[in-house]
Design a protein around this ligand. Structure first.
Ligand SMILES: [Mn+2]
Length: 312
């Protein structure tokens, strides 16, 4: 059995508290559970106070075979920030916006370059999506077509330097497929409405449901994981784009990314978002998978932020 654990974002003390609450024990090779394995949905870095410690806990568990971990968009940001292209330029320019996004990670990483290198190497080895016994895991969006393309074009299923350089250079379909999995689907705001993100930078699109078509829905109905309301009039058909239906008969998908606060949990009978937005005054969420469908909110475990500094 598995426990699927939401976005950690450097909240290592809260992560430890969650693992203990779920019955994990700290052993010589890190945390483990006698009967269960943990599955982490990505976004270990940025925002919170203990990035190295978070990475240490998760890497130990993965290395010992007690957990699985995939990458999120924040790992992608950090990896592209520290990876150079074939001309020696960083894949993600070191400008104010990009620096601000990874600020917390950057501040810890600059203190220990050996550790930084070692964790970056490990992050490059993590998968973009997972298919385990009867369920699927991805950071933001499960899209079968994108996954089929990635299976063909990136059979290693990780963000290796070569793969990052290639997609960054081409900016083609494979790049789009990887972005879809890690960032989800977004839709442009109506009427050039512009909002600012958490860091104060402009945003011109909002996050939408990736599992059902938008035909006949309003701007507000398709919104998912946004803290603002959108117009309630029907989206004009000229603006539609094609979103495939993720049917209720398909394998359950567990994902993070959407910062749902206390609304985190079961979204539909076979969909569950475990991101409770812990780094932004939310909660830290896990789902105890027991091989049964429909998914149930009873299997959600939620803990509050542990503010104390780490014991170690
Ligand atoms: Mn995310």
């Amino acid at each position: 059995m598995y426990d699927i654990i939401g976005d950690v974002h450097g909240e290592a003390a809260t992560l430890q508290h969650m693992l203990l609450s779920l019955g994990y024990i700290e052993g010589e090779e890190g945390y483990f559970h006698p009967e269960r394995k943990a599955v982490f949905v990505g976004d270990y870095v940025d925002r919170g106070p203990h990035i190295f410690e978070t990475l240490r806990i998760i890497r130990e568990m993965v290395t010992a075979g007690n957990a699985f971990a995939i990458v999120g968009n924040h790992e992608l940001n950090v990896l592209t920030y520290y990876t150079k292209d074939n001309d020696g330029l960083f894949l993600k320019g070191h400008n104010l916006k990009n620096k601000t996004q990874i600020k917390k990670t950057y501040e810890e990483f600059k203190l220990d370059k050996v550790k930084r290198k070692s964790y970056l190497k490990w992050l490059r080895s993590l998968p973009l999506y997972l298919e385990l016994d009867g369920f699927r895991v991805v950071h933001a969006c499960w899209d079968q077509e994108a996954i089929e393309l990635l299976k063909k074009e990136n059979p290693e299923n990780c963000l290796s330097k070569e793969f990052l350089r290639k997609i960054n250079f081409e900016r083609g379909k494979v790049f789009d497929a990887a972005m879809l999995l890690l960032k989800g689907r977004e839709f442009a705001f109506p009427d050039n409405l512009v909002l600012k993100d958490d860091y104060g930078f402009k945003r011109s699109a909002y996050r939408i449901k990736w599992w059902e078509p938008m035909n006949g829905k309003s701007f507000d109905e398709i919104s998912f994981g946004n803290r603002f309301r959108l117009p309630q009039y029907t989206i004009p058909s000229q603006l539609y784009f094609d979103i495939p239906l993720y049917s209720e008969d398909e394998y359950p998908v567990f994902f993070g990314h959407y910062c749902l606060g206390d609304k985190a949990g079961v979204v539909r009978s076979n969909l569950c978002c475990v991101d409770g937005c812990i780094a932004n005054d939310g909660v830290f969420v896990a789902y105890r998978w027991d091989n049964t469908l429909p998914l149930s909110q009873k299997n959600i475990v939620s803990v509050k932020k542990v503010k104390k500094s780490l014991v170690k």
